[in-house]
Design a protein around this ligand. Structure first.
Ligand code: AMP
Length: 431
């Protein structure tokens, strides 16, 4: 069996004999001792799925249906036993998308019946103040997820639709909602409160919720296991640097600060999102640039971040442009790294003592230049990186700091699907 690593997030090839989209490939049996869990991540126009052995941690099969509800053909890719099968066909809605995915399990394998699916785990972006734990989906839970739509207008309706369709198609399996915000329910009030009129904030749920919680929780827990130290003893900073990016400060396994807020727009510079910005930029653009609120929303979420500055939101392309002498690309990287360093310093102050800093997700796991730049010149804080240990892409948890450094710096590949699968199974077993 392949050891539990995480593959290149660039995605596998699209041929019918491409590589696996995850390194956690399963052995010959699709039926583990504890069955399997189907993890679903329904976006507004995509459906990602993964069938996971929740105990061993292997991905048995995975796939993605893209361009749901869009004109022209949808794109489907299903990966099982190291082979990828792709299809191009119109996908009208999430119902059609899930039927397609289930059809591919029947046709290409593995058979969902043989895989003994014990639970379906659904990624839900916003749990608001209501959900601090994964929950078994009921009609009432589904209604509450939809009620949170004003806080996550792009995500929660798609998540809810995915759940609804999956419950119809797989009625005999328990469905569990796992919330991206849940890990941050422990934020102290000083960290979760925006300094605005208290009555307005309370009436409209305006506070900092945090996102990527499943990843921050998984990585901080994994750090403790890899180092063989009690989680309760560790003060950690986790840097989840993917296309979306967030930082967290975790004391003794509990989140005490995180960079995303009411929505995933706050905080670090991201692939296409601005992160922190003076809120008056919005007023300025509406009053003086003739932009509507929707246009500013689109600007800050889709046309900002490193893409806004350089035209590129993928770090591989960004580095190529920098090597070609492209100045905006260099500026984008400088702004990105500067913001990250500010957060690392701020979270060191929040924690008082930092035992571990870990990098994760697409950029954090693969981009040694970013990791080196974030940590450069911070020896005075006790933070340092060993260039040899840092070199290259990282697929297994690895310490990248020198032995003499006070703080351990690590790369820890995240695995949100496995974390969701395990939480879903725990809830399903506790019914
Ligand atoms: P994620 O959201 O975690 O899937 O991360 C996706 C992002 O990771 C991409 O947009 C790239 O910017 C970045 N990424 C993926 N592979 C690499 C790589 N080999 N080197 C640098 N950045 C990478």
């Amino acid at each position: 069996m392949t050891p539990p690593t995480r593959d290149d997030t660039s995605g596998a090839g699209t041929s019918s004999t491409g590589t696996s989209s995850t390194g956690r490939t399963a052995g010959s049996s699709v039926r583990g001792a504890h069955g399997s869990v189907l993890v679903l991540n329904s976006g507004s126009s995509s459906l990602k799925y993964q069938l996971v052995h929740p105990v061993g941690g292997e991905a048995i099969a995975s796939g993605i249906v893209e361009r749901i509800g869009e004109s022209g053909p949808g794109h489907v890719k299903h990966t099982f036993a190291g082979n990828s099968t792709t299809r191009e066909s119109p996908v009208a809605d999430h119902d059609a998308a899930l039927r397609l995915a289930i059809g591919l399990f029947d046709e290409v394998g593995p058979s969902l019946a043989e895989a003994d699916v014990r639970a379906v785990g659904h990624r839900v972006v916003h749990g608001g103040a209501r959900f601090g734990e994964p929950v078994l989906v009921t009609d009432e839970v589904l209604r509450q997820i939809r009620d949170l739509t004003p806080l996550a207008p792009l995500h929660n309706p798609a998540n809810a639709t995915g759940i609804e369709v999956a419950r119809e198609l797989m009625p005999d399996v328990p469905h569990v909602a796992v919330f991206d915000t849940a890990f941050f329910r422990t934020l102290p009030e000083a960290a979760s409160t925006y300094a605005i009129d208290r009555a307005v904030a309370q009436q409209h749920g305006v506070r900092r919720y945090g996102f990527h919680g499943t990843s921050h929780q998984y990585v901080s827990g994994k750090v403790a296991r890899v180092l063989g130290r009690p989680l309760e003893d560790l003060n950690q900073i986790v840097l989840h640097l993917g296309n979306g990016a967030s930082a967290s400060a975790v004391r003794g396994g509990e989140a005490v600060e995180t960079s995303m807020g009411l929505t995933p727009l706050e905080g670090l510079v991201m692939g296409t999102r601005s992160g922190d910005i003076d809120p008056a930029v919005v007023f300025h653009l509406v009053r003086n640039a003739g932009m509507s609120i929707d246009e500013v929303d689109e600007l800050l979420n889709k046309r900002s971040g490193i893409k806004g500055i350089s035209g590129e939101n993928d770090f591989r392309e960004l580095h190529e442009k920098i090597a070609d002498g492209d100045r905006p690309a260099k500026l984008a990287l400088d702004v990105y790294v500067h913001r990250l360093r500010k957060y690392v310093g701020a979270y060191a102050a929040v924690l008082g003592r930092v035992d571990v800093i870990s990098f994760t997700a697409g950029v954090g796991e693969n981009d040694d230049e970013v990791r080196a730049a974030v940590m450069a010149g911070l020896e005075g804080f006790g933070f340092a990186i060993d260039p040899e240990r840092n070199a290259g892409r990282v697929k297994e948890p690895r310490v990248i700091s020198p032995d003499w450094a006070r703080t351990t710096v690590m790369v820890v590949p995240t695995d949100e699907e496995l974390a969701i699968a395990r939480q879903a199974l725990t809830v399903a077993q506790g019914r």
